[in-house]
Write a protein that binds this ligand. Sequence first.
Ligand SMILES: C[S@@+](CC[C@H](N)C(=O)[O-])C[C@H]1O[C@@H](n2cnc3c(N)ncnc32)[C@H](O)[C@@H]1O
Length: 290
Amino acid sequence: MSETAVEAAVHSAPLKRDDIPGWFFSLDRAAFSHLLSAQTAAGVTGDILELGSYLGRSAVLLGDHLQPGERLTVCDLFDSEAGDADNAAEMNMSYRKTLTRSAFEANYLAFHGELPEIVQAPTSVLADGRVRADSCRFVHVDASHLYEHVAGDIAVARAALGENGVVALDDYRSEHTPGVSAAVWEAVFTGGLRPVLLTPMKFYGTWGDAAAAQAVLRKRDWPAEGYTVDEDTIAGARVMRLNYQVKGPIQRSTSRRLALELLPPVATKATRRMLRTLRERRAAPPLPRA
Ligand SMILES: C[S@@+](CC[C@H](N)C(=O)[O-])C[C@H]1O[C@@H](n2cnc3c(N)ncnc32)[C@H](O)[C@@H]1O
């Protein structure tokens, strides 16, 4: 989606969850839903916490999984100022043009009867203990990408999660977010965080029983749904990897093949360029980058 399309989407009510701009894609949607539904089926209860909600794309799904008595808390700066210059630069580059708290609220209320608990502030405020220790079953960390902030967010997640709770950490391997990678692997090697699952976008871990969480994931036939499943060992710890299956060579329709073969080279080049642009647009994430 182009930036103009995102701005248009921000100002119109979403009809489906996919209409909400953001960076929460089908593979992680499936992983979140699977893990949260399995917790519910196993009788595990607890609140859900999200650090970094943007316009609500992931928060709406988290809200789908709330059971009676459970609470979703989201923490985001929305239209507030960031607390430091680096964070302000991130906000200006990626979110300022499109993000308001009222847009988040409108999107959330398009799918749920009531708003979650909203903390409009830097995620660092959560270190004051306002989220009860051991009260959560799932925490999604997807706010600032700066090392110091993410390390703090992981500490908040650790304190908030109950036994065997799961944390999902976004952007642990993107080229533009080395601070997230540093904080995530530091938590693994020095903070007792156990890897459960890696996707292209997110690291899933627990301070509890990683093998039990992996057994839950193995129950699903991911390949039948178009995903690949692999397993690795990192410093003695098993970790699963989920990814999208790579599609085979494109089967061209006869008319398309004839057009490409018969058109003069200049026209063919232009046609190829146009088709490539269309393909990339379809595959591109909705905003320049998270
Ligand atoms: C990548 S977006 C979140 C995307 C969202 N989870 C989704 O799936 O679409 C990151 C969000 O973190 C927020 N953010 C950035 N730095 C923050 C900070 N220090 N404290 C709180 N929120 C922050 C931004 O306002 C932005 O909404």
